[in-house]
Design a binder for this molecule. Structure first.
Ligand SMILES: [Zn+2]
Length: 238
């Protein structure tokens, strides 16, 4: 177990965080030094991105309602808690939205810094290639040469862009306990309906995951669908 403190907020990283993140990064196929390094870079990129996200929650919570803020990284990503804080519904919304908000702001900062160095057009070309697989022509060779010279930097930047964009979007799906689900829970009553929405959205994602993205996203959303179904059965319609 690793424990440290960031901006006065205690952070705890459980052993399973490393295991699951390494598996997500392709640890099962890492049979060479280069492949092992690539998995390590993915884990570092995920660690930084999740910490930024959870700090968004925790720092906003501390500013709005006080409480004792902590961050925990587990096998299912991160968790920020504000124990003993009292929040209105609007404050809760801000606190939840601050996580994905911090991630998207971090993404923007990376893009702006790269644009200042290599020019906006080429950074747009890189971003659309890394995020959507769209191949736009580069105007100069500067960025391409830089990335070819430093393949691991290329991989690391690609991971940072990908994680902060796609994980950020997926996390906004209306599925409990993702941030999108928690926002739904603030505004949709009765709570049974929140879990019903979660069940439908997670089932659709599980199907899409198995068909298009691979086993892990399929299983993850299959598990969330099952969890939402169990919760739906246990709360009343009132
Ligand atoms: Zn979050």
């Amino acid at each position: 177990m690793i424990r440290f403190s960031l901006f006065g907020i205690p952070v705890e990283i459980q052993p399973f965080f490393w295991v699951v993140t390494a598996l997500l990064g392709g640890a099962t196929y890492a049979d060479s030094r280069e492949a092992f390094l690539a998995v390590s870079l993915f884990v570092i990129a995920a660690l930084i991105s999740i910490l930024v996200h959870e700090l968004g929650h925790a720092l906003t919570g501390r500013k709005l309602g006080g409480g004792y803020a902590t961050i925990m990284l587990t096998s299912f990503g991160g968790l920020a808690m504000n124990q003993g804080g009292r929040f209105t519904r609007h404050q809760r919304f801000l606190m939840i939205a601050a996580g994905p908000g911090a991630g998207f702001a971090f993404l923007l900062v990376i893009i702006v810094i790269l644009s200042l160095i290599f020019g906006g057009a080429d950074v747009m070309a890189l971003t659309s290639r890394e995020l959507f697989g769209i191949r736009m022509p580069f105007r100069t060779n500067e960025l391409v040469d830089f990335l070819n010279d430093k393949p691991f930097m290329h991989l690391f930047l690609g991971n940072l862009l990908w994680i902060n964009f796609w994980w950020g979007l997926v996390n906004l799906l209306p599925v409990m306990p993702l941030d999108g689900g928690q926002i739904t829970d603030l505004y949709v009553k009765p709570q049974r309906r929140v879990f019903l929405i979660g069940l439908v959205a997670a089932s659709a994602m599980a199907l899409y995951g198995f068909l298009k993205m691979g086993l892990y996203p399929g299983f993850l959303f299959g598990f969330l669908a099952w969890q939402n179904y169990q919760n739906m059965k246990s709360v009343s319609w009132q």
